[in-house]
Write a protein of this length. Structure first.
Lengths: 397, 277
C-alpha cells in the first residue's frame, strides 16, 4: 500500500538534499565546533553558512539567529527572556488558539500570579484585534501571537499587529513554526522582536530550530552553561542539525512559489471536491486568509478518530481536531475558540500538503473520503436523527 | 495513535449488528454530541424471553464502535437477567483489552444496556442523582463515587479513563480527588477512631513519636527537618528546617505528608500549620 502523506503540519519528509548535506557531519566531520583544533573548530564556518541560510529565509541578519532544539524551546526561550528582562511587568498577552508550546507556558505563568490575556478569535479564526490592543498597558511584558495556526492555517496580520504593538513599546514574539517555509517572510519589513521556527516543518531534520531575536532586544538565556551561541544558548552545537536546517532553508526559498501556486491549487481542489461530494461538510476558517497548504474540514455527526483510522487503512495520513486522538477529551481548543459546534468539531480532519504532494494523491483522497464518511454516518445515531429532521442534541456548548 | 487489540480493530472495521430495530422491545440511549460519543442500543426478545436481536448506532471513536459491536454479540441469545450481569469489564475483556483512556467506551456500553432493559421493563428513566461535579461531561458525584468504589480507582486519570469526568477543563480535579479520599479514607478513619480518646499529653507524645519515626526520616533524605513547636487543640504547629525551609513544595509536604500521616496515626482532625522561623 502506498502512503499518501497529507500531515505536513505535523512533520515533513526530510528532503534528500538535506540528508545528503548532513551525512558528512555524522561520519568524517564529527568534531566539536568549540574545539581549538581546526578539525572541530573549523566547523564554525559551516555553522556560519547555515545561520546565513536560515536568516535569508526570513529576511533577518545572521547574528539575529539563535539555534535551539526546535519550536517549543524557541517559544519558551523567547517568552521567559521577555518576562525576566522586565521583572516589574506582570501582564502577558497571547491568543486562545496557540499551539500547546505557548498555551501551556502562558497557563503556567497564570498559575504563578501573572495576569494573562488570552485574546479571542471570531468564527473564522481571525484575531479580535480590538480586544488585543485594548488589553495592552504599561504592565504588559510581552505579546505572543502565532503567525499562522497549525490546525486551520489561518494567518494573522503580523504587519499591522507589529506596528500597533511595537509602537506601544511592547515586545512582540511570534510562533511562526507553521508559517516559515510556507509564506514569504521578510522581517526587515515585518518588525517582530522574536520569532520561533522549526526545521522539520519545512523538510529539515527534527531536533533543530531557531529563535530570531531582533538586534537590541533584551535577552536572558534559558539554557546556561558553555559559551555557545554567544552565551545565549549553552550546549554543544548540533552541527548536523544546524547544517540540515540551513540546507532546508535554502530549499524552502525555492519551494515558496510552488506552495503559493501549485500546492494552493491542489488544496483548493481538495476542498471544493469534498464540499461538492460530502453533504454537511465545511471548511473551518475557510473565510479567512490561510496558509496555502492547510485545510481543516469538518464532517458533521462523525468522530475524527474513527475517520482517521479508516483513512489509515487506505494509507492516507492526516490528523484531526478530535479529542479522542489526543489523549484529552475536549475537542480542539482552536475549533472551540472559533465556536465550531460540537457536531462538527469532533469530526474535523486536517489535511496539510507539501511540495511533495501530487495531484494523483489528491485525486485519491477526493475519491476515498466520501465513502468513509458515509460508512461512519450510517452508524451514527445523530446522522439518523439529522436525516429525520429531529436532531434534539444541543449543537453548541 | 492508540494501541488497539486486533479484536478491537476487527470489530471497528467490521462492526456487527449496525442499525436500528423498528418496534424494538428495549431502547437505551447514552452519551451526547457534546461529549464526543453516544450510543443507542436496541434489542428484541423472543417468546422465551431471550434477546433474539440487538442492534446499535454509535457516534464515536474506534473503541466506542467496537465496544458497541461487541456488546450486541454478547447479549444476543441471553435472557435479560443474564444480560444484566454484563459489566463494562466483560465488554473490555471480550475485546481483548481496551486502552485505559478508552475504558469509558465500555462503560457507555454497559449503561446503554442498563437503560434499554429499564426501558423494556417500563421503569422510568432514572433521574440524574447527585450533584454535577464534572461540568464538561455532566458527571455527578454519585456516578464518580460508584465507579471509584467498584473499580478501586485511585487516580484522577483513571476516573477520566472510565467516566471522562475531569477530562475537560480540569476544574473539578479537586472535587474528584475529594471523592476518592472519601471512599478510601473511610477504612483508615474507622481504625483511627476506634481507640479511646487520647488525653492531651498522650496526643502530644503520639505526635512527637510520629514525627520522629515516620516523618523526619523522610525529610532527612532530602536534607530537610521538622520541629514541633506547639499543639493547641487540633492545631499542630511546626517549623520546617534545612532545605525544607523556603522550599516551594513545602506547603505540599505539610499537607500531603505531615498532616496526612498525623491524621492517620494520631487523630483524624489534626491541622498542621507552619510557624515562621
Amino acid at each position: 500500500m502506498k502512503t499518501i502523506y497529507v500531515d505536513n503540519n505535523a512533520t515533513t519528509k526530510t528532503a534528500p538534499e538535506v540528508v545528503e548535506a548532513m551525512l558528512p557531519y555524522f561520519t568524517e566531520r564529527y568534531g566539536n565546533a568549540s574545539s581549538m583544533h581546526s578539525f572541530g573548530g573549523g566547523l564554525i564556518v559551516d555553522i556560519r553558512r547555515a545561520r546565513r541560510q536560515v536568516a535569508d529565509l526570513i529576511g533577518a541578519q545572521a547574528e539575529e539567529i539563535l539555534f535551539t532544539s526546535g519550536g517549543t524551546e524557541s517559544d519558551a526561550t523567547a517568552i521567559r527572556a521577555a518576562v525576566q528582562s522586565n521583572p516589574a511587568k506582570r501582564h502577558i498577552v497571547t491568543t486562545r488558539v496557540e499551539h500547546p508550546a505557548i498555551k501551556n507556558l502562558f497557563e503556567e505563568f497564570a498559575k504563578n500570579g501573572y495576569r494573562v490575556t488570552f485574546v479571542p478569535v471570531d468564527c473564522e479564526g481571525r484575531l479580535d484585534q480590538e480586544t488585543l490592543l485594548g488589553s495592552l498597558d504599561d504592565d504588559t511584558a510581552i505579546v505572543s501571537i502565532m503567525w499562522a495556526n497549525n490546525e486551520t492555517g489561518v494567518i494573522n496580520p503580523m504587519d499591522d499587529l507589529s506596528r500597533e504593538i511595537r509602537s506601544r513599546g511592547i515586545v512582540l514574539h511570534t510562533d511562526a513554526v507553521q508559517a516559515v517555509g510556507k509564506l514569504p517572510i521578510d522581517l526587515a519589513r515585518t518588525k517582530v522582536d522574536m520569532l520561533s521556527m522549526s526545521a522539520h516543518k519545512f523538510h529539515g531534520p527534527k531536533g533543530i530550530g531557531a529563535l530570531y531575536i531582533r538586534k537590541g532586544t533584551k535577552f536572558k538565556p534559558m539554557v546556561v552553561g558553555g559559551h555557545q551561541e554567544g552565551g545565549r544558548r549553552a550546549g554543544t552545537e548540533n552541527v548536523p542539525g544546524i547544517v540540515g536546517m540551513g540546507k532546508a532553508s535554502e530549499l524552502a526559498m525555492g519551494y515558496l512559489e510552488d506552495l503559493g501556486g501549485r500546492v494552493r491549487a491542489l488544496r483548493d481542489k481538495l476542498e471544493k471536491r469534498l464540499m461538492a461530494t460530502v453533504p454537511r461538510a465545511m471548511v473551518n476558517g475557510g473565510g479567512a486568509e490561510r496558509l496555502p497548504n492547510t485545510t481543516s474540514i469538518a464532517f458533521e455527526f462523525v468522530e475524527g478518530e474513527a475517520i482517521l483510522l479508516l483513512m489509515n487503512e487506505l494509507g492516507i495520513c492526516a490528523s484531526s481536531g478530535s479529542a479522542c486522538t489526543s489523549g484529552s477529551l475536549e475537542p480542539s481548543h482552536v475549533l472551540r475558540a472559533m465556536g465550531v459546534p460540537f457536531t462538527a468539531a469532533h469530526g474535523s480532519i486536517r489535511f496539510s500538503l507539501s511540495h511533495y504532494t501530487t495531484e494523483a494523491e489528491i485525486d485519491t483522497i477526493v475519491a476515498e473520503m466520501p465513502p468513509i464518511i458515509e460508512r461512519l454516518r450510517q452508524m451514527s445515531p445523530f446522522w439518523k436523527q439529522a436525516q429525520e429532521g429531529n436532531l434534539t442534541q444541543p449543537a453548541t456548548g | 495513535m492508540w494501541e488497539y487489540s486486533e479484536k478491537v480493530k476487527e470489530h471497528f472495521l467490521h462492526p456487527r449488528n449496525v442499525g436500528a430495530i423498528e418496534n424494538a422491545d428495549g431502547v437505551g440511549e447514552v452519551g451526547s454530541l457534546a461529549c464526543g460519543d453516544a450510543l443507542t442500543l436496541y434489542f428484541k426478545l423472543d417468546d422465551s424471553g431471550r434477546i433474539s436481536d440487538a442492534k446499535f448506532l454509535t457516534f464515536g471513536c474506534a473503541s466506542a464502535i467496537a465496544s458497541s459491536s461487541a456488546l450486541t454479540e454478547m447479549i444476543i441469545g441471553k435472557t435479560l437477567e443474564e444480560a444484566e450481569r454484563i459489566t463494562n469489564e466483560d465488554i473490555a475483556a471480550y475485546l481483548g483489552e481496551l486502552p485505559k483512556e478508552k475504558m469509558h467506551c465500555s462503560v457507555m456500553g454497559q449503561e446503554a444496556l442498563e437503560k434499554a432493559i429499564a426501558n423494556y421493563r417500563g421503569e422510568a428513566d432514572k433521574a440524574v442523582e447527585g450533584n454535577i461535579i464534572c461540568e464538561c461531561f455532566g458527571i455527578t458525584d454519585r456516578e464518580i463515587e460508584k465507579t471509584v468504589r467498584e473499580h478501586r480507582l485511585t487516580s484522577i486519570e483513571d476516573v477520566t479513563g472510565y467516566l471522562k469526568a475531569g477530562g475537560g477543563c480540569g476544574k473539578c480535579h479537586d472535587n474528584i480527588q475529594a471523592i476518592m479520599d472519601r471512599v478510601f479514607g473511610q477504612p483508615v478513619r474507622i481504625q483511627a477512631a476506634a481507640p479511646k480518646a487520647l488525653t492531651n499529653i498522650q496526643k502530644i507524645r503520639l505526635i512527637e513519636d510520629t514525627l520522629e519515626r515516620e516523618i523526619k526520616p523522610a525529610l532527612h533524605q532530602d536534607g530537610g527537618d521538622i520541629e514541633l513547636v506547639d499543639v493547641d487543640g487540633v492545631r499542630v504547629m511546626v517549623r520546617l528546617r534545612g532545605t525544607c525551609a523556603g522550599c516551594k513544595a513545602s506547603q505540599n509536604t505539610l499537607k500531603n505528608v505531615v498532616e496526612a500521616k498525623l491524621r492517620e496515626l494520631v487523630t483524624k482532625d489534626l491541622i498542621v500549620e507552619e510557624v515562621a522561623t
